[in-house]
Structure formats: C-alpha cells, structure tokens
Design a protein around this ligand. Structure first.
Ligand code: KG4
Ligand code: ZN
Length: 341
C-alpha cells in the first residue's frame, strides 16, 4: 500500500509517505520557536500554524517520496488524544483527501502509534515487524508518561500513566525555574553532561509504590521551593549544571525503575521506549544498562522518530489495513484504539 499520513496533535506538523512498512518520506516541522515566549504550547497558535504549514509539508513529503496524490492508496491521521483544534487540521485534511480521491481513511490513536516507532529501524527507515515480540513500552514526552503492556502487535494494555505532570513537562518547568529556554529538556540533558547527579537530592516520586503510575508534580514543587530558598545557587554555572544533573537523575531513575519492574512482573523479554524524552541521553544509557543487566532486549525509537511524527501514524494505519481493519467511513470519529482490560 502507499499511505499518506498526517500528525498534528500538538506542536509538530508532520506528513509522511509509507509503502509496505517503509518510510519513503517523513517531514516534520516543529513549532517550538513559536511557543517559546509563552513557555508552553498555545493551542490556538498551534492550530493556526498547522493550517499554514500542512499543504507545503504535504507537498514536500510527496516530492521526497517521488509520488503524486493520485498514486496514494489510503490516508491516515492522528485522531487523538491531543489538542482538539490542532488535531482537527490534520484529521480533516486527510479525511477530505480520502473523500475526494475515493480512498480509505483511518483515524489513528496517537499513543498506539508511539508503540510502533521503536520498531522502525535502518536507513532508509522501515518497520521491522519480523522481530516483533511482546514488550513493556514506556511512552514519555511533554504531554504523556505511560507504561503499556504490548501483549501482541495490535493488542495493548495500559498499565499506568502520570497522575499529574508528564516527565517532559517536569523537565521543561524545572528548566524554566533555572531560566533555561523552552523546551528545557534538551538543554538540561546537555548541561547535565558536566554536572554531578549526586550534588542535590530530589524526590523520586512513587518509585517504590506497587503500581505503574508516575507523578512528577511533587518533584517540580520540591525543586521550586529549593530554588526559592537558595536563589544564590543560580549564580554559579557549575551549580546549575549540578542542579540539572540531579533533577535529571531523579526523573530518569524513576522512569527506569518503574519500567523495569513492570517488565519483570509481566515476564516480557523486551522493553521499548518512545516520545520526546526518549532523546535524553541519560535515559537511553540507563535503560540500556538496566535491560542488559537483566538480559532483556531494548528497542528505542530512533533519534528522528522519538518526537511526534507522521511516519508512526502511517506505519500503524497500513498495518491495521493489512490486518483487516475497515476504513472509517465519512464522519466516523469513534476511537480506533481498544484497550483490553
Ligand atoms: O514527543 P514530544 O515532541 O511531544 C510532546 O510535547 O508531547 O516531546 C517533547 C518533550 C518536551 O517536554 C522536551 O523538553 C522533551 O520532550 N525532550 C527532552 C529531550 N528532548 C526532548 N527531555 C529530556 N532530554 C532530552 N534530550
Ligand atoms: Zn506524542
């Protein structure tokens, strides 16, 4: 199949062309600069920017793949969850193209698509479903932090998620308290490389609780009070690096400990991870050493596909069609993702 997919759930406008599990093109335009001055994503601005960018990005994706719109066999777009006004742009565009060209359309659950990005490998990238195996998957970004038991390829069970802030949000907010630019996650990652992770002791929320949930607002608050009570710490570049390394260590340790405990309990042999925070070098390294210690396989979304992208949407849509999923007719916007109990 030749599939055109869109992802516009948050602040990335993305179009991708997929053929038989291969990514022929994946074009992503990030709006980070647009939202930086507000310290977070402004939904109305995000939607307007998607409207402005979607057609040029679609043209770029088609040109890079060397195909025309009339060659396409199907269309897919993120259906949710996400910012409603932003989602509507990509969803309606793909649905309308499908309607005009009389081709099938599928709305895709954003989280379910994230589960597929660790299986996209190589250059040019393609889905490696031949080596698929049941796994525990960590989806960790600015909007979500969740653990999912991937029982089989299209069967998933939500184990737990954040009770308040997402891990990426925590990175961004503590960074803001240190005066770092938005989004602060990449900057904290960079500064931590020369900082001491044991310099300051921040809480590891829920790390010993017997559930698969996360909570990062307490860590953020504890950091806020610590800075309020010790403002001079921010005068020293080395202390800022130590603060970054210490808070990063608290977040990463919690993510890794809870992921590994779920993997152990469910007796899976594989751990996967995706979402923007999966770019974090410490998280990648600590997941690698923890899985190696327990003789588990680790699959991390490749660099360019950790953050939100349309390639994962198209890969999943094609997979669903190949496995017999019906196209969604007309205005059907029912959730496509069934969580099993
Ligand atoms: O997947 P994503 O683009 O979408 C959402 O916004 O949900 O993730 C963005 C998040 C931001 O919070 C950003 O700070 C974080 O991922 N992030 C990182 C790193 N790169 C991106 N956090 C820590 N270390 C990084 N290297
Ligand atoms: Zn996402």
């Amino acid at each position: 199949m030749l599939v055109l997919a869109f992802e516009t759930s948050c602040d990335e406008t993305s179009a991708a062309v997929i053929r038989n599990g291969g990514v022929l093109s994946s074009v992503v335009s990030s709006q980070i600069g647009l939202h930086a001055e507000y310290g977070g994503v402004v939904p109305e601005l995000a939607a307007r920017e998607h409207l402005r960018n979607l057609i040029p990005i679609t043209n770029a994706a088609l040109a890079k793949a060397g195909v025309r719109a009339s060659d396409l066999d199907g269309f897919a777009a993120t259906q949710g969850p996400g910012l409603p006004s932003a989602l509507m742009v990509g969803f309606r565009a793909a649905q309308s193209m499908a309607f005009v060209l009389r081709k099938p359309f599928l709305g895709i659950n954003h989280h379910e698509a994230h589960l597929y990005s660790p299986w996209i490998v190589g250059d040019p990238p393609a889905a490696d479903f031949g080596s698929f195996e049941p796994n525990v998957s960590l989806i960790v970004s600015g909007g979500h932090t969740m653990l999912i038991h991937v029982v089989s390829e299209l069967q998933h069970r939500l184990l737990g998620s954040t009770l308040d802030d997402a891990a990426g949000e925590c990175f961004d907010k503590v960074g803001k308290l240190m005066g770092l630019p938005y989004p602060a996650g990449p900057e904290i990652d960079r500064l931590s490389a020369n900082g001491n992770p044991n310099a300051f002791d921040f809480p590891r929320p829920l790390i010993h609780d017997a559930n698969d949930d996360f909570s990062f607002s307490g860590l953020k608050t504890s950091f806020r009070y610590f800075i309020r009570d010790n403002p001079d710490l921010l005068n020293s570049p080395q202390t800022i690096r130590d603060l970054c390394a210490s808070v990063q260590s608290a977040i990463v340790e919690t993510l890794v400990a809870k992921t590994m405990r779920a993997a152990r309990r469910l007796n899976v042999r594989c751990v996967t991870a995706s979402g923007g925070v999966t770019c974090n070098r410490s998280l990648r390294a600590r997941l690698a050493s923890a899985t190696q210690r327990e003789n588990l396989r680790l699959r991390l979304a490749p660099g360019g596909l950790c953050t939100d992208n349309a390639a994962m949407i198209g890969i999943l849509a094609e997979r669903k069609w190949l496995k017999g999923a019906p196209a969604q007719p007309g205005d059907d916007v029912l959730p496509s993702w069934q969580l099993i109990a």
